[in-house]
Write a protein that binds this ligand. Sequence first.
Ligand code: BG6
Length: 504
Amino acid sequence: MTEIYRSTCDLGDGMTVTPPFAMVIFGASGDLTVRKLMPALFHLYLEKRLPEIFQIVGFARRPKTDEQFRAEMKEGVKKFSRSEQWDEKAWAEFESHVFYSVGEFPDASAYERLQQRLLMLPGSREVEGHYLFYLATAPEYFGVVAHHLHGAGLFSESKRQKLIVEKPFGIDGETAEKLTQELQAAVAESLLYRIDHYLGKETVQNLLYFRFANSIYEPLWNRRYIDHVQITVAESEGVGSRGGYFDKSGSLRDMFQNHMMQLLALTAMEPPASLDAESLRNEKVKVLCSIPDFQKEQLSERVVRGQYDGYRNEERVDPKSMTETYVAVKLFVDNWRWSEVPFYLRTGKFLKHRTSEIVVVFRRPPSVLFQAKCGLHLMRNTLRIRLQPDEGIHLCFNAKTPGRGRIESVDMDFKYALEFGSYSPEAYERLLYDALVGDSTLFTRADEVKEAWRIVDSIQNQWQDQPMHTYARGSWGPEAADQLMTCEGNRWLTEEASTRSTAP
Ligand code: BG6
């Protein structure tokens, strides 16, 4: 039999057309709808993943006609869509499925009108109550909207309705728990889709494929072979016009509690029993449960917070603000696989480059042969999983240079764009599609949110005495964050401090 060295295997996920549906977007005049949701829905339409019968209803406070709402959406989609060419004809067809409904979120009668409207829309018989309610509102309305949807009977016994919630899920463990209770009072947990848009990114999903569709890495993926793991989500922009929101949140709540924790969980989790949503989320939550609370006396050695120069002068930011725009954390996953392996995580705004990556640093070879001669000049093997931009995977190992006896570290590269072309769907396309077909694998479950808050609360509630370091815009953050690593002989492996080296 001929051995297959290269192959493709169709998992069959994501190619079918969704069932007929009506999606109601609450807070439809906000940025999210025009920048992310509508472009994603239009793309799904262009790719023929939406059925013939579907309706999208924008719900917000300002009075507007369907035509006005469609015109606004058209302008937005033209501006924010990833398509290079505008397809006027396709938009004209698509927008005939778009409607607008006016209402105040706390007004119960608005939901009754909405219900009537949904029943009157074309194709409502085929939709058969398959409603998706998307909460793109300010978080204080999440509970209110869910309560009124329930009150108006829009969640029926048939359980065909889904509630999609955007972050933030609370501002700490207590508020998150309260929110979960409010939402669960209206709809069962299995019909709740909490969006963490990082999970919709192709490369983040590829983490699972990389780890569990290959056999060569898994035996090495543990404390025996891995020295430490670095996870960086660096942004090159500041808070921009979002100062009002961000100043009440900070990097720990805005990025660490959700996106960073998810990346960590996917990197450290055990292989799930199957690919279904519950098995996968069970394994992720176990990772989070294995991270102990931070003790106050540990914070000075394990947590660094920083604020970029000039942050306090940003629009709608308190001039005395003590909100962090950068956070670096060293933590441990206390289980059999990872005991004593440090995980270093950092995220910040106005850093040198926009980059999100996971670097797995393997242990040094035994101190004989080359290691005995070269010492620290002999680079450790590293595996760099680049999530964005320049998505790819790079394995760095040592090789002999031709001629004289030198060792140089070299890269084995896989680049998404070179291998598969530059097509990369937006995270929201995947997430909306999955919600439409009822696949909750890429959405966070209540217990994940709870555990992530437990960890973050143990930092947040105790770090008032920790210094707030300032850092220059365009740097890699405060120097104190380097010391988190140097005290153990490690360093952040950013692009400049490349993983590559030459040893004599
Ligand atoms: C959001 C945060 O969740 O993620 C923003 O609220 C942040 O502050 C953004 O800028 C980063 O997302 P991405 O996809 O650009 O890496």
